[in-house]
Ligand binder design. Structure first.
Ligand code: PMP
Ligand code: GLN
Length: 388
């Protein structure tokens, strides 16, 4: 057995930074503001509905694309929120978290010889999925303005990166880890960039509801031209405080959904039946379920930043997501990966180094802190960081 040569399909890939940092936090007993998950449970009513679904005997395989009650609820929401009428039977697919949706879309849409363009800093799941599909990830760095601690898309650089081989562009707005957003004009720019290209668009919008200070998230679903070539991925993990349930979904035109489902049916086939019924019922009873989220998280963000007001960190308040970037250049000259590990031990606050989301050298000195935590944890984390 020891002699068998293994040919890794992902030779450059190690353990994800989220696992590394959460594990380090656990070992050190640190406040864990690294891996992004809420410290709150899903609503009681929803938890009861899960128990009820199980008791009602909804325990066998769900239909491959999702239980109709849930796909209809998702289609109902896109009609109201994004003014996009989609067919719940052929254009909505429920997946095991956004992660499975992203993976299936990438396997479905790119192959050997193709390129997929990613915007760095990029969520860590995209590039390995592209590599597994046999395609090449092409990384395009977002612009960073250190004076404003602000990231934005360099549209001309993005345009130049779309070549003959590009079959997919992956975008993630609201953006993890920077909180950047796209507005209606940006969607027009994207459409113009893709107009003469055969590339599809994969839009990861899992933080769609968590947008602050009166700003708006503009879904790719709202754009007629982009919609024709897009697969939009989201997740109930973020909007229902249920990251551990791994229930997400993809909305895409029927032709694209059909290809995505060919992969999905052999990846998981279907996802948890009682959870799907429970979420569908909950959405029907609480159509405004996500309306409180932005205000709830904005207060968390503000509380955390208020606690840091006398610290030596610099920041601009996150425009979206439940992550705050802090520029630590006035505190330490250490590289972010080492610093994140060292600060997990002392002062005992775990964070995520931002450079790991970029392929090329990344100059900014930034750490990402998840503020989806209870107030006492945020206060204590801010206190410890302020002492640095
Ligand atoms: N995309 C982004 C940008 C994320 O931050 C996450 C997880 N927080 C996911 C996808 C994965 O979502 P899920 O847990 O539903 O698989
Ligand atoms: N998406 C979460 C984050 O950004 C982590 C998910 C994971 O651990 N894979 O922190």
């Amino acid at each position: 057995m020891a002699d068998i040569e293994l040919r890794s399909r992902l030779p450059g890939v190690g353990t994800t930074i989220f696992t590394i940092m959460s594990e380090a936090a656990r070992k050190c007993g640190a406040l864990n503001l690294s891996q992004g998950y809420p410290a709150f449970d899903p609503p009681d009513e929803l938890r009861e509905l899960v128990a009820l679904s199980i008791r009602k005997g909804r325990n066998q395989y769900a239909p491959m694309a999702g239980v109709p009650e849930l796909t209809e609820a998702i289609a109902g929401r896109t009609a109201v929120r994004d003014r996009r009428r989609v067919d719940p039977v052929n254009e909505v697919t429920v997946t095991a978290g956004a992660t499975e949706g992203l993976f299936c879309a990438i396997q479905a849409f790119v192959g050997p010889g193709d390129e997929a363009v990613l915007l760095d800093p990029a969520y860590d799941a995209y590039a390995p999925a592209v590599t597994l599909a046999g395609a090449r990830p092409r990384h395009v760095a977002m612009d960073y303005d250190p004076a404003r601690s602000h990231f934005s898309v360099d549209w001309s650089k993005l345009e130049q990166s779309i070549g003959e081989r590009t079959r997919l562009l992956v975008v993630n707005f609201p953006h993890n880890p920077t909180g950047a957003l796209l507005d209606a004009e940006d969607l027009d720019r994207l459409a113009a960039i893709l107009r003469d290209s055969p590339a599809l668009l994969l839009a990861d919008e899992v933080y769609e509801h968590i947008v602050f200070d009166g700003r708006q998230h503009r879904s790719v679903l709202t754009h007629d031209e982009l919609w024709e070539r897009s697969c939009v991925v989201s997740s109930f993990g973020k909007s229902l405080h249920a990251t551990g349930w791994k229930i997400g979904y993809c909305v895409a035109p029927a032709r694209l959904s059909a290809e995505l489902r060919k992969v999905h049916q052999f990846t998981t086939f279907a996802v948890s039946t009682p959870m799907q019924y429970a979420i569908a019922e909950y959405l029907e009873r609480n159509p405004d379920f996500a309306e409180q989220l932005a205000g709830f998280y904005q207060e968390k963000r503000d509380r955390f930043l208020d606690g840091l007001r006398d610290s030596r960190f610099r920041w601009s308040p996150a425009a979206s997501t439940f992550f705050q970037l802090l520029d630590y250049s006035a505190v330490s000259a250490e590289a972010d990966e080492r610093l994140a590990l060292s600060w997990t031990g002392n002062p005992g606050v775990a964070s995520i180094p931002v450079s790991v989301f970029s392929k090329d050298a990344f100059a900014p000195r930034l750490l990402r802190f998840c503020f989806a935590k209870d107030d006492a944890t945020l206060d204590e984390a801010a206190r410890r960081l302020s002492a640095l």
